[in-house]
Design a protein around this ligand. Structure first.
Ligand code: HAM
Length: 417
């Protein structure tokens, strides 16, 4: 019997794995530079952690969770997202105590039983950040700027930041009431899903991609007109701060988030290049979640990047493939010459190149072919003569040109390129 990866899951290898690693290391570097600390939570948690925090009517909770009982009869769930586990861990380990902002980042697989399609999987990877302890739109703007900064650093270009405020417990209920009044007599014209949302999770109607529903919503009341003074002021400040951070944005008052925990500012980074799965980053403020999970009242804001979607955008560009470009193949014709040159190999690695060689020391022709298949940029041929004269024969794989030069010169010229 042959086995295959389970529907909605996939193996990531070769070029794609390289891109994933590149995205993760790029993000990690930026997080560390900005004072964020990593937090790794388990892949499964008590089921209730998610049912309590994401909302009874959220799609994730009603349809998409991987829930199972372990041998000790505990009801567990594979994590569908990272925010609730990070909050759970932060409370459990008293990370939130003391003043100032507590900045946390995480990365890893999430699980949702969604209908698989391009850019949507049942196991997918997120890179996320959460900042606890400060209730100021300055933090929301800083966090948003970091998300955008990570995308830019990886090389993603065609994206737009959409922002909105979904209001707080003071103003949102008034708005949903108005929306309900507007939609009640139009119920029959809405699609079946939106008819259901009308009763259970009315804000999500704004997510509908069906034209008939979109047309009805064109005239619908908007939350931007219903924000209370506090939410309105925060939203305006957020926009001013984004300008200060030089982050371009689009105000989108139809942007609502699928999870219940948001309060106030929300944002999504979208692209036109990925079809219907167009959100590459999503986040916002959630000032009540820590308290709901038994912690002290703690304001919080964060985001998560969808790694598959970023990888898809980078796939056809040169970004994310930087490593392959600097692969240097060292060609030794026998083991002895290799053993004599271990320092040389380490020297090349120290300069941030990738080094490859053949452990079986095949013929020159076979190794050239091998170097080519690995995507080597240059091949250094290190034979007796080269060792004695400290001159290395270098073959440039793209042009096919060959020359003799001191190793330093070769590496310096490659580093400049
Ligand atoms: P989310 O919008 O559910 O938010 O997911 C964030 C991102 O994860 C999406 O924008 C998308 O790029 C990616 N994503 C979601 N589902 C899938 C899937 N099935 N396949 C591939 N990629 C997917 C959250 O998860 C919140 N925890 C974000 C957050 C952090 N808010 C505050 N802090």
């Amino acid at each position: 019997m042959k086995f295959q990866a389970v529907r909605g899951t996939r193996d990531i290898f070769n070029e794609e794995a390289k891109i994933f690693l590149y995205i993760e290391t790029t993000a990690q570097e930026l997080f560390l530079k900005n004072g964020y600390k990593e937090l790794r939570t388990p892949i499964f948690e008590q089921n209730e952690l998610f049912t309590r925090t994401l909302g009874d009517t959220a799609d994730i909770v009603t349809k998409e969770m991987y829930v199972f009982k372990d041998r000790g009869d505990r009801l567990l769930a594979l994590r569908p997202e990272g925010t609730a586990p990070v909050v759970r861990a932060a409370i459990e380990h008293s990370i939130l105590q003391g003043g100032g902002a507590k900045k946390i980042f995480y990365a890893g697989p999430m699980f949702r039983y969604e209908r698989p399609q391009k850019g949507r999987y049942r196991q997918f990877y997120q890179i996320g950040a959460e900042v606890f302890g400060v209730d100021d739109p300055l933090v929301d703007a800083d966090v948003t700027a970091l998300a955008v900064g990570i995308l830019k650093k990886t090389g993603v270009k065609d994206f737009k930041l959409h922002i909105n405020s979904v209001g707080c417990e003071a103003c949102r209920p008034k708005f949903t009431e108005q929306l309900e009044i507007y939609l009640r007599d139009k119920k029959e014209k809405l699609c079946a899903t939106c008819q259901e949302r009308l009763d259970k999770n009315i804000l999500r109607i704004f997510d509908c991609k069906i034209d008939a529903c979109k047309n009805i919503l064109n005239e619908a009341p908007r939350i931007s007109n219903s924000l209370c003074d506090a939410c309105g002021t925060k939203y305006n400040e957020y926009k001013q701060y984004l300008n200060k951070f030089n982050v371009a944005f689009i105000e989108n008052d139809a942007l609502v988030r699928g999870l219940d925990y948001y309060t106030g500012i929300v944002f999504e980074v979208k692209t036109d290049l990925l079809g219907s799965q167009d959100a590459i980053v999503a986040g916002g403020r959630y000032d009540n979640l820590v308290e709901e999970l038994g912690g002290p009242k703690t304001p919080a804001v964060g985001f998560a990047i969808g790694e598959e979607r970023v990888a898809e955008l980078l796939k056809n560009t040169d970004d994310g493939k930087g490593y392959a470009k600097s692969l240097i193949y060292c060609l030794f014709t026998d083991k002895e010459k290799f053993l004599l040159n271990i320092d040389l190999i380490n020297d090349i690695k120290e300069r941030d190149f990738i080094v490859e060689y053949d452990y079986t020391f095949r013929s020159l022709k076979a190794q050239m072919k091998y170097a080519n298949s690995l995507g080597a940029k240059i091949v250094l041929i290190i034979g007796d003569k080269e060792i004695q004269e400290k001159m290395i024969t270098v073959k440039y794989m793209e042009s096919g040109e060959q020359e003799e030069a001191p190793l330093d010169n070769i590496l310096n010229s490659l580093q400049r390129k």
